[in-house]
Write a protein that binds this ligand. Structure first.
Ligand code: GDP
Ligand code: IMO
Ligand code: MG
Length: 427
């Protein structure tokens, strides 16, 4: 029963899409377990580039069954347009399975996301504006709409009424917006019902039966460890659990089934949106990382904030996820620096701190303590094995591995499927 979890070890955009796609050809199922279309996962296959938001990256591997688990929040219009976009490019999406228990991002959740951010002003989170937080809030408040509700008009109407009852008060009285009409929302949601019906399934049963039959299941996280609602830099986080435990709740698979947890780790650090980021660079090095690494958001087109590698964060990711392996990505982006600083600890109010502080105020005060490693100038994009890397690049990887607490089992040296050095097999 090989079940693997693949997740972001930093603040998202580590290259999860590429890593998932790479394994997609060898696994039977790829499952998204949390988040929604706030994610933007880029996959490069030959000369084709795909940006996936809601669909698991395994959808590009013909032998693989893609699954949207119960923990995901689904915007039906985004899902249908993503599916038709792939169909137009010749990708078969007919095997997709969607949990009937997944919650739906309704049009009013998108409105609430946008108005609350505007209301927060300077204190805003910098969300993707896709309705993620309000949809998870409705789920927890027990006023959410689930995929299965689309198939009972009377229940759907009652649930939309219940949700809008309070929201319309808030929209009109607090935010000075127009009220949203129940029938309009219901009519829009019902339009999606037939189109989604062929995909809706009891995904918990399907996945557990698959594991009993020794099929290989890969759980693909969205976002990253530091964006986790429980373990991230709260409140500057997303509203779900991208960390490994989220795969169990978000797919209905017990923790005893998970055999491997792979952390996707960028060779430097990026973050989109607001919140603390100790190694962030505001100088020419930051601009160079952004330019060479193409660090622009796949979902919102925002420039990503860039900084040096932070080993404190990597160690933390190892711990909270129980990581068994790292997949180090974008090593090629660091080619050309004479020296590369790596953050090994923080200085917080005059103290040296080796581990991520649990206190938000401490983390906001954290200043990186750097160790500087020698860089390399050789092109590494054609490297196929670890020994093909220049000595300084090898030493950089070994130093990161030592500091981060889990073996680096693969290294990305370019965006393409074949631009990968495999050190230990994941399967
Ligand atoms: P995700 O959200 O974790 O899937 O990551 P994104 O797709 O948002 O951002 C990662 C970007 O880096 C994408 O444009 C990938 O094509 C690209 N990428 C992934 N791995 C590598 C790598 O090893 N080297 C380079 N140069 N680019 C990579
Ligand atoms: P992938 O899967 C990077 C960030 C947003 C914002 C915060 C909350 O591509 O790695 P939300 O819309 O989720 O309520 O926004 O989380 N964020 C991401 N940052 N990569 C992502 O996804 C992200 N998804 C959300 O920028 O700071
Ligand atoms: Mg992304």
């Amino acid at each position: 029963m090989p079940a693997l979890v693949l997740l972001g070890a930093q603040w998202g955009d580590e290259g999860k899409g590429k890593a998932t796609d790479l394994l997609g050809g060898s696994v039977d199922y790829v499952v998204r377990y949390q988040g929604g279309n706030n994610a933007g996962h880029t996959v490069v296959v030959g000369d084709q580039k795909y940006a996936l938001h809601l669909l698991p990256s395994g959808i590009l591997s013909p032998s693989c069954i893609p699954v949207i688990g119960n923990g995901v929040v689904v915007d039906p219009s985004v899902l249908l347009s993503e599916l038709s976009g792939l169909n137009e490019r010749g990708v078969d999406t007919s095997k997709l399975l969607i949990s009937g228990n997944a919650h739906i991002i309704t049009p009013y959740n998108v409105t609430v996301d946008k108005v609350t951010e505007r209301f927060l002003g300077k204190r805003k989170i910098g969300t993707t504006g896709r309705g993620i937080g309000p949809t998870y809030a409705d789920k927890i408040n027990r006023v959410g709409i689930r995929v299965q509700d689309l198939y009972d008009e009377s229940i759907l109407t009652q649930k939309v009424e219940a949700a809008l009852d309070v929201k319309n008060q808030m929209l009109t009285k607090l935010y000075n917006r127009r009220a949203i009409a129940v029938d309009q929302v219901v009519a829009e949601l019902l339009e999606y019902a037939d189109k989604l019906r062929p995909y809706v399934a009891d995904t918990v049963l399907v996945l557990n039966q698959a594991l009993e039959e020794d099929k290989v299941v890969l759980f693909e996280g969205g976002q990253g460890t530091l964006l986790d609602i429980d373990h991230g830099t709260y409140p500057f986080v997303t509203s779900s659990n991208p960390t490994a435990g989220g795969a169990c709740t978000g797919a209905g698979v017990g923790p005893t089934k998970i055999s491997r947890v792979i952390g996707i780790l960028k060779a430097y650090t990026t973050r989109v949106g607001a919140g603390p980021f100790p190694t962030e660079l505001f100088d020419a090095d930051g601009d160079a990382l952004r330019r060479i690494g193409g660090e622009r958001g796949v979902t919102t087109g925002r420039d990503r904030r860039c900084g040096w590698f932070d080993a404190v964060i990597a160690r933390y990711a190892t711990r909270v996820n129980g990581l068994t392996d790292f997949f180090l990505t974008k090593l090629d982006v660091l080619t050309g620096w004479e020296e590369i600083p790596v953050c090994v600890a923080y200085e917080i109010d005059g103290r040296r701190v080796e581990e991520l502080p649990y206190s938000q105020s401490d983390f906001h005060h954290a200043k990186p303590i750097y160790e500087t490693l020698p860089g390399w100038s050789e092109d590494i994009t054609k490297a196929k094995s670890f020994s093909d890397l220049p000595k300084n690049a090898q030493d950089y990887v070994k130093a990161l591995e030592e500091m981060s607490g889990a073996p680096i089992s693969a290294i990305g040296v370019g965006p393409g499927r074949d631009e990968t050095i495999e050190i230990n097999s994941f399967l």
